[in-house]
Ligand binder design. Structure first.
Ligand code: AMP
Length: 968
């Protein structure tokens, strides 16, 4: 309950000396010293003129300043004598006295006027006292309190009027009440004087230090000086807590993050606060708080690595299982992320060879349920490449992992996928049906997982179920089934075969042969018939023409229209009947050459889509060509930029003139030229994957050996065709091979001098002319002897580029150093993981003596054998790791002086022929027996054998060339 505060304005008891009140008349009230009930000395005023009539005795107090009081209380303590106890009084004795007051603004001193006073009350005794017969006085002290107000002047006087009583004033106390200063709900309320009337005073509180108003604090001060109805409150600021009506700072080791009257909390685990008044606790070293973690939460850390990773491989998918990390870091929000990397450079037994190169897996690798944010400790990874090394890094993550990248740990597991059979053929189309045959085609499986060797086609009559069936094999994606029953339903399934075996069968495909009564007038038969008749007619006509022209030619040579341009370059003798390449520069009018070999296209048939590259003469764009009554096809369009000279136009179109003479699946196909309108354009088939070098760099290590060999075979086949045509390319390099969406490689960049002008790799030689040094055979560099054999040297370099996924031949060596090193017998080392047979083929292409280099025909047949026997690709030329920048020293001086064939064979013994050429039966081994010792020396230097030396680094090579041989 609220307690009021009484403030004394006057307390007669407290005064020690004379009070100095005024008595009037002077024989009335008398000031007398006495003792109170506790025998404490006090001053009293007494009057007792009961024996006389007409008493009017006044006692006036000193002037009492009002201070802030509006209403005052007067407390009187007095004794009064019972008139009955005075025997002789004759009706004059009174038993009351009057209390009066006078308000003034100043002390009027002794000036006193009776009539100025207002009466407050007549005071009677509750208890009067009686003089006993024994003369003992039984004192009865009365206490009476009277209110006076409202007062308005600065001060007042009180007066006591006696009209004939016997009274002793023992104490007079004058006071007023107020609501005292107080703190309620953390708000301070000042001393407040209540109103005189019955209304309450509304007082606004002020928040104590370090607190904030939540709701405005208020209280009411009653007339009785009591605080009533507290409303609203203040709250301690963050970092402060309420202690005995104040807000005090949290102690060190404690914190309070929010506004409120809660106590400060102890810092949660792994956190601390060194200072008083902390809003939150800082985390210990290596502990963190994630965004959104409440301040009351312990600081946490990233989890430790997952444990016990187990992988189970199923062909090209793997199930990874692991256990929860030992330490979750103190959090529950642990998830797992699996990172897939493809790695090379791991030896067969799984140990790291030291040069492991990893890269992120391709995006088409599938994770089930997903790769990141896993809640369970298992994931299935599918659609990996067959027979490939992968490393999976499994990381446990929690809410603070991102804050501590250095503390993150993962568990890694390295696996090698198995060989996998191809996925099933899914799309089969019926091309043509007749009474007893049907032609079908299908799409290659979505995931061949290697080179498809052939397809097995199994079919049977629907009626017979599978009791008797026929099996056929096809190399391509189409087959014609003959000898079928007419008007019969058949079921068929196809499956693909790779080195890894058969893939799953396709879904069953149903077809029906035509009925017996199938009319000859039916449309398709008509077409077939017409086609057959037309073919027979054409063959007959061709034979006839050939015979006629042959005769005509022999008889009148000079009249042959081609004679003036026929030019059998390179001195090659050509068999009659084999088409030969014609140098367009031998034409007097080069534009005639263009139109001889290239079709003029109407520019309106060509739609350009976008720029895909830059050629020497202008942009190379991709676009579409729509010839009348033909299907629209994608094309590449080379443009001749404006402002060209006549010579530039000639050189630009020369490429088309050359390309137009070729027709081979591995030579870029010319669709035609636009010369009659501008811009002048050369339109060729579109090769979606662009140039081979950048394509390989983009897909580093992503192909199987057999796929790479497939590409190389294509290039070799194109080159065989060119060399058969008598065309020397001079700039065969991976950058000049284009790749289409089916991974088919085609030779491009034709031209004469301009090819080399165009090629940024070409450098001027001392003898003038630009030559792509790294790709060019020594004799072509030295005396411009460009032949198909020098193209074979370049092919060896392309082979190296392919097997090293687009590495730059001779790395950063200067052209001069390359020339010198090659001349001294150094050759590029085998690329990483390169099959020994392929490296041997490279070395053969890099024979110094050009006649010893394999012909393209031989190269094609070597590669074909490899494709048929992919097992032979498993023996790699370099089983141990090696720094990337070593050249193999193959100088003839490295071969110990071998006088005889026997010596040489002895030298070779440690590396049997069989192994060096496994799977390949071609020149080197066969010719060994036939060649002379001299020849053998030349051949011998290129064979991987015990005599090979590895120069420790290019530096050593440098000093070797500068200061003579260095012992290795
Ligand atoms: P070129 O002037 O022949 O060296 O061509 C320059 C660039 O254009 C090449 O490196 C290719 O990226 C691109 N390019 C040339 N021909 C084709 C084509 N037939 N299909 C796709 N891209 C091509």
């Amino acid at each position: 309950s609220l307690c009021c505060l009484a403030l004394n304005l006057l307390d007669s008891k407290a005064s020690q000396g004379e009070l100095g009140w005024i008595s009037y008349p002077s024989h009335g009230w008398e000031e007398i010293s006495g003792v109170d009930e506790h025998y404490t000395p006090i001053r009293t005023f007494q009057v007792c003129n009961v024996m006389e009539y007409s008493q009017n005795n006044w006692l006036r107090t000193n002037w009492i300043p009002r201070q802030s009081a509006q209403k005052i209380y007067v407390e009187l303590k007095f004794t009064l004598r019972d008139c009955n106890s005075i025997p002789l009084v004759l009706g004059t004795c009174k038993e009351t006295f009057n209390l009066l007051y006078l308000e003034t603004d100043d002390d009027q001193g002794s000036h006193f006027r009776e009539h100025q006073f207002s009466k407050i009350d007549t005071i009677a005794a509750d208890e009067s006292f009686t003089q006993t017969d024994l003369g003992d006085r039984i004192l009865k002290l009365n206490t009476e309190v009277r209110e006076v107000g409202p007062l308005t002047k600065k001060g007042f006087y009180l007066a006591f009027q006696d009209v004939g009583a016997c009274v002793a004033l023992v104490s007079v106390r004058v006071y007023f009440k107020k609501c005292p200063y107080t703190v309620r709900n953390l708000a301070t309320f000042p001393d407040t004087v209540p109103m005189d009337s019955h209304s309450l005073v509304e007082v606004k509180g002020l928040c104590v230090n370090h607190s904030k108003e939540e709701e405005p604090p208020r209280m009411y001060c009653s007339t009785e000086g009591e605080w009533l109805v507290p409303i609203g409150k203040c709250l301690c600021n963050p970092g402060y807590e309420e202690r005995s009506n104040t807000c005090q700072m949290c102690r060190a080791g404690f914190y309070k993050s929010a506004l409120g009257n809660l106590e400060c909390s102890k810092c949660p685990p792994h956190s601390f606060s060194h200072h008083e008044g902390s809003l939150h606790c800082g985390c210990e070293k290596n502990f963190f708080r994630a965004e959104g973690d409440p301040a009351s939460m312990a600081c946490t850390r990233p989890p430790s690595a997952p444990r016990n990773v187990i992988s189970s491989i199923n062909e090209t998918s793997v199930i990874l299982d692991w256990s929860w990390p030992e330490d979750t870091g103190g959090r529950r929000d642990v998830t797992f992320t699996v990172l897939c990397k493809r790695c090379r450079g791991v030896t067969a037994n799984g140990s790291n060879s030291g040069t492991q190169r990893c890269e992120p897996c391709r995006s088409n690798v599938r994770f089930l349920p997903r790769a990141a944010g896993l809640h369970n400790t298992t994931v299935t990874v599918g659609d990996l490449l067959a027979h490939t090394n992968y490393t999976f890094e499994i990381e446990a993550l929690n809410g603070v992992s991102a804050l501590a990248p250095k503390m993150r740990q993962y568990a890694a597991v390295t696996i090698t996928t198995n060989q996998a059979a191809p996925s099933p053929v899914t799309v089969i189309r019926k091309e043509k049906t007749s009474r007893n045959s049907v032609s079908l085609s299908w799409q290659e499986p979505e995931r061949p997982n290697g080179i498809i060797l052939d397809y097995e086609i199994k079919y049977y009559e629907k009626e017979e179920q599978e009791t008797s069936y026929t099996i056929l094999r096809a190399r391509g994606c189409n087959v014609t089934l003959n000898g079928l029953k007419s008007n019969t339903a058949y079921l068929l399934q196809i499956r693909a075969r790779t080195a890894a075996g058969y893939g799953a069968s396709s879904p069953t495909f149903q077809f029906e042969t035509s009925p017996d009564s199938f009319s000859i007038s039916s449309e398709s038969s008509q077409v077939v018939l017409i086609a057959i008749s037309a073919a027979v007619a054409i063959i007959l006509l061709t034979v006839l023409l050939y015979v006629l022209i042959g005769r005509f030619c022999c008889r009148s040579k000079s009249k042959h229209p081609d004679e003036k341009r026929l030019h059998f370059g390179n001195g090659h003798l050509r068999l009659p009947g084999i088409r030969t390449y014609v140098d367009p520069h031998t034409y007097e009018d080069p534009s005639q050459a263009v139109h001889e070999f290239a079709k003029e296209l109407d520019a309106s048939c060509i739609a350009i889509d976008k720029v895909v590259g830059a050629g020497e003469f202008g942009e190379v764009c991709s676009g579409r060509l729509k010839l009348p009554s033909k299907k629209e096809i994608c094309v590449a369009i080379k443009t001749l930029k404006g402002g060209y000279t006549d010579k530039q136009r000639r050189d630009f179109l020369a490429e088309a003139s050359i390309m137009g003479q070729f027709d081979h699946p591995n030579i870029i196909r010319l669709e035609g030229v636009v010369t009659r309108s501008k811009p002048v354009m050369i339109v060729t088939e579109y090769m979606e994957n662009g140039s081979l070098d950048s394509f390989l760099r983009k897909h580093d290590a992503q192909f199987t050996g057999i796929q790479l060999v497939g590409m190389l075979r294509g290039i070799a086949s194109g080159m065989k065709y060119l060399s058969d045509m008598g065309y020397v390319h001079r700039d065969l390099a991976a950058r000049n091979i284009l790749v289409n969406s089916n991974l088919v490689c085609k030779v491009s960049d034709f031209g004469l001098s301009r090819v080399l002008e165009d090629d940024p790799e070409a450098a001027y030689t001392t003898r003038g002319g630009k030559i792509p040094i790294r790709w060019t055979a020594p004799e072509a560099i030295a005396y411009r002897k460009f032949t198909s054999a020098s193209d074979a040297w370049s092919y060896g370099i392309v082979l190296w580029e392919v097997m090293s996924y687009g590495e730059r031949p001779y790395w950063e060596m200067s052209n001069q150093d390359v020339i010198k090193a090659v001349d001294e017998g150094y050759r590029l080392p085998p690329p990483m993981d390169c099959p020994a047979t392929l490296y041997q083929l490279m070395l053969d292409c890099w024979q110094k003596e050009r006649n010893n280099r394999p012909k393209f025909e031989q190269i094609v047949s070597i590669l074909d054998k490899l494709i048929r026997n992919p097992g032979s690709l498993k023996i790699t030329a370099n089983t141990t790791s090696r720094p990337a920048n070593l050249l193999l020293d193959r100088s003839s001086s490295e071969v110990p002086s071998m006088g005889t064939m026997g010596d040489w064979m002895d030298g070779m013994r440690t590396l049997p022929c069989k192994e060096a050429f496994s799977g390949v039966s071609y020149s080197s081994c066969d010719t060994l027996a036939k060649t002379s010792t001299e020849d053998l020396k030349k051949v011998g230097v290129t064979i991987v054998g015990p005599q090979k030396k590895i120069v420790s680094s290019l530096k050593a090579l440098d000093s070797h060339t500068k200061n003579g041989p260095v012992p290795v």
